[in-house]
Design a binder for this molecule. Structure first.
Ligand code: KG4
Ligand code: ZN
Length: 340
């Protein structure tokens, strides 16, 4: 008789977080992340240091995920890992480990696209969280991506808009750097913005046709604005940090919302799901929830722990691929860039 319980070990190592999760079907039993604090002092992720830290972290993180889930490795049904996109040195640590363990245990190996995972994280079974119905629109906003995706089915997705330069996470992080905040600055901009006036300093929104985005102009506008104000008052940033952060965040949210409204208009789809690290942003989360009333949309905001990079989202894609027996052999390769 087929065992109805599928236990998946999922491994995520695409950037600077080493993460492992255990899923039983679509439920998360454990979700462990080791953040690499080493990058803070360099103001951004240093690829060489990231892969070294993954090597140090991967065994303890997987051990912790198994222990927390109370699962022995012999009970695992399959191993899912992030194939890409990401930093090659980081991806290789996760994929090599996944391959070795799958071969040693004699169980299937599943390759997962990190961007699919940010979108499909909504299919994790969580109390209080609804799952979107197909088709829906996904806004993926992370440190490396900004995309509007039409999701027809689990693995039938189409990018209908994307950034032409910086990702929205970079817009947050680079603005934060201009303000002298440490990396990654996104969460700090969010924190300060909560007690600031979003209309204090208006920044011009870029004019990009269609559903594409651009954030590099905003970063330059912020840089010039801060330089100009600091020339008049050297303490300008310290004295106005809340209002500056609220104004930056407000502009970014307006840029995202304008394109989402256009995407809804063009596709007729009113179900919107967000994913990726920037979907942790409280302003974006609130604005989307308000859009339900305002525009009659149904919006899906992930549980906080499934927003920034995590392995539970890799596990849910792994589970879907397990159901369709979509397995790889040990010659599968990591891909820094990967087709959607
Ligand atoms: O998805 P993610 O963890 O890694 C990538 O795949 O890029 O996203 C990381 C990005 C960083 O740019 C970080 O600053 C941003 O997500 N981020 C936030 C917040 N939390 C994380 N940006 C704005 N507000 C937040 N609360
Ligand atoms: Zn990510």
């Amino acid at each position: 008789m087929l065992n109805p319980e599928v236990f998946i070990l999922a491994i995520e190592s695409s950037c600077d977080d080493t993460a492992a999760a255990i899923l039983c079907n679509d439920k998360v039993l454990s979700n462990v992340v080791a953040n690499q604090l080493i990058h803070t002092q360099y103001g951004g992720v240093v690829p060489e240091l990231a892969s070294r830290a993954h090597q140090q972290n991967i065994v303890p993180v997987i051990d912790a995920a198994l222990k927390k889930a109370n699962i022995k490795k012999e009970q695992l049904s399959a191993i899912a890992f992030t194939q890409g996109p990401g930093l090659m040195g980081s991806l290789l640590v996760g994929s090599s480990f996944a391959k070795s363990l799958a071969v040693a245990l004699g169980i299937p190996l599943i390759a997962v696209n990190h961007m699919h995972a940010h979108i499909l994280a909504h299919f994790i079974d969580e109390e209080g969280f609804d799952k979107p119905e197909f088709p829906f629109l996904a806004l993926t906003i992370s440190g490396g991506h900004t995309q509007i995706v039409k999701v027809n089915h689990f693995f039938d997705m189409q990018i209908i808009g994307e950034t032409t330069d910086d990702a929205v996470g970079e817009a947050f992080d680079k603005s934060a750097k201009i303000l002298g905040l440490p990396y990654p600055g996104g969460p700090l901009v969010d924190k300060y913005a909560q007690s600031g006036n979003p209309k204090a300093f208006p920044f011009t929104k870029p004019k990009v046709p269609g559903l594409d985005f651009s954030f590099s102009g905003l970063k330059t506008a912020i840089l010039y604005f801060i330089q100009k104000e600091k020339a008049k008052n050297p303490n300008f940033v310290d004295e106005n940090i809340q209002d500056i952060c609220a104004s930056i965040q407000h502009t970014i949210i307006e840029i995202l919302m304008d394109k989402l409204k256009l995407a809804v208009q063009e596709t007729g789809i009113k179900q919107i799901a967000i994913g990726g690290g920037v979907s942790a942003n409280s302003g974006i989360r609130n604005t989307l929830k308000e859009a339900e009333q305002k525009y009659g949309w149904k919006t899906f905001v992930p549980k906080f722990e499934y927003t920034t990079d995590n392995a539970a989202m890799i596990g849910i894609v792994g589970y879907q691929k397990f159901l369709s027996q979509n397995f790889e052999n040990a010659s599968v390769v990591s891909k820094a860039r990967i087709q959607f």
